[in-house]
Design a protein around this ligand. Sequence first.
Ligand code: SF4
Ligand code: MG
Length: 320
Amino acid sequence: RLDLAGKIARRLGAGVREETVHAVDGVSFDIAEGEVVGLVGESGCGKSTLGRVVAGLHPVSDGDVRWKGAPVSSLSHADAKAYALGVQMIFQDPFASLNPRMRVADIIGEAPLYHGLWSKSEAGDRLAAVMRRVGLDPSYRRRYPHQFSGGQRQRLGIARALAVDPTFIVCDEAVAALDVSIQAQVLNLFMELRHDLALTYLFISHDLGVVEHIADRVVIMYLGRVVEIGETEALFAEPNHPYTQALLAEVPRLDLRRRTYTPVKGEIPSPLDPPPGCHFHPRCPHAGPRCRAEIPQLKQVAPGRWSACHLNDGGVGHAG
Ligand code: SF4
Ligand code: MG
């Protein structure tokens, strides 16, 4: 189980203009073992930052990430290593994250050999097994990344992640760069792996169709805050938060296979300077005076459903 609460600072800019902003603020949710949680939001909403925090690649400035009940910041050396190996990240662009000068065998085998998870004598067999597991022919072990197609490269990235026997995978737009037909194959691979290896996923995607297909629960983010959490089917059928409603409404209902979102009406404000009160108020059709003054907190609105909107909590009419 992984619990997350708090603020995450992100440094933007460079030199004198560098400033710390709360890229993610007041986020709180948990992910149970074996669960697939989809994390959805427009670009710049902080979802990649959140994914990096979960994978231990970005610090939390105020709050904590708990891994199996213990704060990640105070793990023993051995537990910190187990956490670092246990949570692996898969990125959008496999080519950018694969060293072009390394052969497949070294790309996949580097971490497990370094950490002593594979012995030298068994490395060949372990490599072949993990390559087969992701649908790559082990005879390609001496090839370089550029000798593979986009879909094969993503399989390579998955094999590299699996080589250290993780239990939790953070996928950041892991199929976004792939052709639709290849996307389906890679999504099926993720589901197979989940089943066979009892994996847990945080699946970050801007593609609502992908998330609806793969996730048990969905977390919707807007400008660094979680605005709604719910079980996938119920949330898609009856979104509570006006932002979620807008995301779903603007996508043609019949085009279920490719429900990427067209941007909700209005510009997405800068995360450096989010609007006061409810960050969504400049774009919200229901906004009232209270929305401009007071940040709505996540409240449970139904079993398994949480939403951060004043409409659920006394209305939008009065400021303060
Ligand atoms: Fe809209 Fe107000 Fe709810 Fe924010 S709090 S989503 S502005 S109604
Ligand atoms: Mg991103």
